[in-house]
Design a protein around this ligand. Sequence first.
Ligand code: ATP
Ligand code: MG
Length: 460
Amino acid sequence: MTDILWTTDEAAKVVDGTPFGQWECTGISIDSRNVEKGDLFIAIKGPSFDGHQFVHAALKAGAAAAVVSHIPQNCRQDDKLLLVKNTTRALEDLGRAARARSNAKIVAVTGSVGKTGVKEALASVLSKQGKTHATLGNLNNHFGLPLTLARMPRDCDFAVLELGMNHAGELIELSQMAQPDVGVITTVAAAHLEYFEDEAAIADAKCEIFAGLKKGGVAVLNADNSYFERMKQACLTQGIDNIITFASEQDATFNATSFENDETENGTFISANIHGQPLDYKIAHDGRHWVTNSLAVLACVEALGADVKQAANDLAHLSQLKGRGAVHTIEISGGSLRVIDESYNANDASMRAALDVLSHQSGRRIAVLGDMLELGPDEIDIHKNLVGACKKIHLVFACGPLMKHLFKALPAHQRGAHASSAEHLAPLVVQAVQPGDVISIKSSRGSRTDLVLDALLELQ
Ligand code: ATP
Ligand code: MG
């Protein structure tokens, strides 16, 4: 049986609301399309939507009750409701109360890239050692975090929370709500740069993840990052001296001494040095960035008081995430194609990481690249400057106005084709591929290079 998350009396007390009817909920939802039986549906009001319009649909879909700030017109007399002043505030109150009542060890994950990847890997290895709750998908903002907390089972041992931000100050509030025992910054790089003066300002904003760190909590920092000293200083200034470091280039508490690709299947063998002790393990992912991410995961495991060796063994069995490095083998006449799907997101750091992974593949290496968005005033240069990172790529197919700058800067023999959009590029890529090719598809989500993947998948 699914655990009861909130009873009527508990929820009414936490949100200071008036209940209509008695109920118990086993989940929380703010989207009527995803309501599951037993959920408490919270009718959030946004600038362009009002959840109150969907209360009826949510209850019909099996919601145990709905949290509302007024009684919607089409409600029936016996509908179970919880009337509050402000539904967004009610969600936050439930999140805070769930945190306060929980004995779980909580880790908050932030960074310019790799949050979801590290969160998923960490949640997966921790779940082998205790009941683990984690952010679903990318629900990392001021709705996603309280929602994730409010959904946290009463008896879980660990919780892994992804915290994201676009602007300075946002993480302070989120961290204070999460009150993590451990905070980790995967990396700092040019992402959402249009909202920041420079990268140093991004590093400072990431350090806000420690604003709500529990007394005696642990900060986990990336010693390879050029802002490492700045971040360390920010921790010390906030009175946090329990710092664990991870790195694959520099010295660190969790440090990779060497790593190599598994030639027989996807993945990487890593020789690490942890507190001066050797540890060899394998991960299911490719690329140096994943070597570093895996060390971040293990550092968090230690900081949470879980078993590092067991976690290191479990890293070999993770599944790759859709759009973030998942590999497809596509059978076509005469052989097969290998397609690395990186279409979920891109910024300069993750683009370079993906090009590096592709550069180490055998076969004809093809990059399908779409625009990276939200990069601010240097966006053209950031695209153009990828020429060096493409050196070992045989053919580049590009789409979008920004990638055109890279495409034009490439030597003629590397130019596959450029098109205005991914939709127009897809048939050109399909026409060009041959058995034995390795194709990496990468862009910001808005550039829709997933359409190129879809077109390639249709070949089989
Ligand atoms: P978002 O801001 O969309 O939530 P995120 O921080 O959660 O992004 P992921 O979704 O985990 O990041 O990964 C985004 C992309 O970055 C993926 O293509 C992934 O392979 C790549 N990536 C993951 N970790 C790193 C890293 N440490 N350095 C560079 N690229 C990385
Ligand atoms: Mg994410």
